[in-house]
Design a protein around this ligand. Structure first.
Ligand code: HEC
Length: 155
């Protein structure tokens, strides 16, 4: 069964609407590389931590079995202002490190741009697997407030 699945290949599975780990949906590799450079230039791991994520937290999501979530100054300021918002402001950038046990498996990010959220998931070494507006990310995040799953909008 495993063999026959791997023989069908990623493209065929994606065409059938099935998504397997490793298939990916890298719509904008250059944009993903630019964002990788930017979050590291800004040392994202030194940003404020997301509400409820003062330390590494267990995760049931698609991002490894434990996560750390960091928010940039735009999001941190919006949280600190305690003014109710219907959506996160443009410029909001949230970065998440995903771990399997002690192993750093992936980095994921969401940035609020003029045309809505821009999504990326990279390997821990910075190879993008998903970028742009992948339906995989968008669909699972649709249940969050303005697509954010880990914490609510300021209210
Ligand atoms: C199966 C559901 C699911 C899918 C698919 C998914 N996510 Fe998430 N994501 C979550 C959940 C749940 C959280 C909340 C934190 C946690 O438990 O890991 C989260 C958290 C995040 C966060 C931190 C901000 C927030 O929304 O809480 C980022 C950034 C993120 N995901 C990016 C992505 C990207 C990029 C993709 C597509 C490659 C993606 N996610 C696909 C469920 C999902």
């Amino acid at each position: 069964m495993r063999d026959s699945v791997s023989r069908i290949g990623c493209t065929a599975l994606l065409a059938l609407g099935l998504v397997l780990a490793g298939c990916g949906d890298d719509q904008d590799p250059d944009g993903a590389a630019a964002l990788w450079t930017r979050i590291h230039a800004e040392s994202y791991a030194s940003w404020a931590r997301a509400p409820g994520y003062a330390t590494r937290q267990p995760s049931q999501a698609a991002h490894g079995n434990a996560v750390e979530i960091f928010v940039n100054a735009v999001a941190a300021d919006a949280l600190a202002a305690h003014v109710p918002l219907a959506a996160w402001p443009e410029g909001t950038l949230i970065v998440k490190d995903g771990y399997d046990g002690a192993e750093h498996k992936l980095v994921a990010a969401m940035e609020k741009r003029k045309d809505g959220w821009y999504w990326v998931e990279w390997s821990a070494s910075g190879d993008s697997r998903y970028s742009g507006k992948p339906s995989l990310c968008i669909n699972c995040h649709a249940s969050g407030q303005d697509s954010i799953r880990a914490f609510p909008l300021p209210k």
